[in-house]
Design a protein around this ligand. Structure first.
Ligand SMILES: *Cc1c(COP(=O)(O)O)cnc(C)c1O
Length: 433
């Protein structure tokens, strides 16, 4: 299958090219040329299939033309080494828990899939080592580093701003060792991003080593996120609650919800979708006015959704041929500020005994506010509340437990390379590798 750019000015790319490049040459986002509908029989039997069986069918529709079946099966099963269960919160609201992976957030699924897909291409073509450069302000670095940890043939360099990420976040990519190198940059996040961008543009460096990014817009990170929506549908169907299903996704760059919309194009019987935002309400405003106006992002307690110009809007727009009417008929919006988010976490804990993280809180409340009579809602709980321990504990006025895998990171020994924010220093470091 070939991939085209949403800007339609770059040549079509193979899956491998799309994965290695990330962003198309015309700065557009790659889209698969076709989205295959899965047969009715699949939906008839889905409630009795396992998560792995379901994910393999979905993966085959996207990647089956480009990857041998057994290899794809292995990549899918290896990626999904943890469950994404659906948990009851109220009679009509269920939580799709996406935090059971190694770094306790949904980005683990995409990062793990991309790592294994890249490894497949490296092996198949006997390529020498590939180097992934990633700049992070916290969460992306941990998902990518852990997703690629121990994957042969790939080395990851995580650049992060010294003293500007939380201790928990830092421990998730500085204590791993193996094929992960953490680089502590004397500067801010923008410096890290500049160093990475300059490296991709430097010809001498690119002759010296294979460089690639693991950006969240990468098709190999974004498409696999559709797997868990099919699984959620299956689990709800088993409970007899899938007839009028509404999926609600706490959204920042809108990659996660776009994967759900792709699922719908493949025939997933979901009635409608809700994009829940924090105070960064660009998409919410678009739904109300028809005008898409990017804004500088606002800092909130649901910080992984602090995005002022959601990159995957281009994919949603392309998917529905730019039709505002169509987009509005498929997706509703909601927006919550920090004090509302705190109140939601408290209410939900007091009434239902369920602990939400600040991102999931937006999703839960959007269902409470927008669900109609006879509908059942599933929202994504995108991160474990313990990742935002202080914020959550202060809001719900109770202590929460830190899962052992998170505690393990914090016990590890930090190892990092100190770096100035000058590109010549960074380049010299990489040229020695
Ligand atoms: C990245 C992230 C989001 C936003 O997902 P998008 O795909 O960017 O919309 C929401 N919650 C958490 C915890 C995240 O890490």
């Amino acid at each position: 299958m070939m991939y085209y750019s949403t800007n339609r000015k770059a040549p079509l790319a193979t899956l491998e090219e799309a994965v290695v490049k990330g962003l198309a040459g015309d700065r557009g986002l790659y889209m698969p040329e076709k989205i295959k509908r899965l047969p009715q029989e699949f939906y008839d039997n889905i409630a009795d299939m396992s998560f792995h069986e379901i994910a393999i069918k979905v993966a085959d529709a996207f990647f089956g033309e480009d990857i041998e079946h057994t290899a794809l099966e292995n990549i899918v099963c290896d990626t999904l080494a943890f469950d994404c269960p659906v948990v009851k919160v109220t009679d009509s609201i269920y939580s799709l828990e996406l935090f059971h992976g190694p770094t306790l957030a949904f980005k683990d699924v995409g990062a793990r899939f991309m790592a294994r897909l890249l490894q497949y291409f490296i092996k198949k073509e006997n390529k020498s080592e590939v180097n992934v450069l990633v700049a992070t302000s916290g969460d992306t670095g941990s998902a990518v580093a852990n997703g690629f940890l121990g994957v042969e043939g790939i080395h990851v360099y995580v650049l992060y701003p010294k003293g500007k990420v939380s201790k928990i976040q830092e421990s998730q990519f500085t204590t791993l060792g193996s094929n992960i190198t953490a680089i502590e940059v004397d500067g801010v996040f923008d410096d890290c991003q500049r160093l990475v961008k300059s490296a991709f543009m430097d010809e001498e460096l690119n002759r010296h080593m294979n460089l690639t990014s693991a950006n969240s817009i990468n098709v190999a990170r974004f498409l696999p996120q559709s797997f868990y929506y099919f699984n959620a549908y299956a689990r709800m169907k088993k409970l007899g609650l899938a007839d009028n299903l509404v999926i609600c996704v706490p959204s920042g760059n809108f990659g996660n919800i776009t994967a759900a919309l792709f699922g719908h194009e493949m025939g997933l019987p979901v009635r409608r979708f809700i994009a829940a935002n924090n105070a960064n309400d660009i998409f919410f405003k678009y739904l109300h006015t028809g005008e898409y106006k990017p804004m500088p992002s606002i800092q909130t307690i649901a910080n992984a959704m602090d995005v002022g110009d959601p990159s995957n809007f281009a994919r949603i727009y392309d998917l529905y041929n730019g039709s505002y009417e169509k987009i509005k008929s498929m997706i509703s919006g909601a927006t919550y500020n920090d004090s509302q988010i705190r109140e939601i976490m408290k209410q939900c804990y007091d009434k239902n005994g369920y602990v939400l993280d600040p991102h999931g809180a937006c999703g839960y409340q959007a269902l409470k506010d927008l669900l109609k009579e006879g509908e059942t809602g599933v929202f994504c709980e995108t991160a474990h509340p313990a990742k935002f321990k202080e914020t959550v504990e202060n809001a719900i006025n109770a202590k929460i437990e830190i899962p052992s895998r998170l505690a393990e990171f914090m016990k590890g020994t930090k190892k990092s390379v100190n770096m100035t924010s000058s590109f010549s220093d960074f380049k010299a470091f990489l040229m020695e590798k």
